[in-house]
Design a protein around this ligand. Structure first.
Ligand code: MN
Length: 131
């Protein structure tokens, strides 16, 4: 399936533009916001197929935002990929233990990033078929 809507929650404009450009070139649609608070509202309104969640955000952080998404029946099944700065102590294992569906660190590698997006979208679509 192509053209899925992906919500980008990222406060850094350069990172947001990079992710948006990669996704658009690949055929995905995007929505974006700089805060987790607005991201949650957009997730409720637009039901994106996937959320890319920066962890360090100006208000609510990405881990708290994930818990809020998981606590709401409307947003709890939306897959979420954590995007962390490489200088931070978080690694893939820690992020998956928090409940994220995927993980990428910054700076993003285009190839790895797209592989992770496709992997997480595919898992979610398979789940949908089974149930
Ligand atoms: Mn940030």
């Amino acid at each position: 399936m192509a053209g899925e809507l992906i919500l980008i929650i990222e406060d850094n404009e350069k990172n947001r533009k990079l992710v948006r450009d990669i996704l658009h070139v690949t055929g995905y649609q995007t929505l974006e916001t700089e805060t987790a608070e607005e991201g949650f509202n957009l997730a409720l309104e637009k039901s994106p197929a996937l959320i890319l969640m920066d962890i360090q955000l100006p208000g609510m952080d990405g881990i708290t935002a994930l818990k809020q998404l998981r606590a709401d029946p409307i947003t709890k099944t939306i897959p979420v990929i954590a995007i962390t700065a490489s200088a931070m102590t978080y690694n893939r294992q820690a992020m998956l233990a928090e409940g994220f569906d995927g993980y990428q660190n910054k700076p993003i590698s285009v190839k790895n990033f797209l592989q992770e997006v496709r992997r997480v979208l595919a898992i979610h679509q398979d789940k949908g078929k089974v149930s």
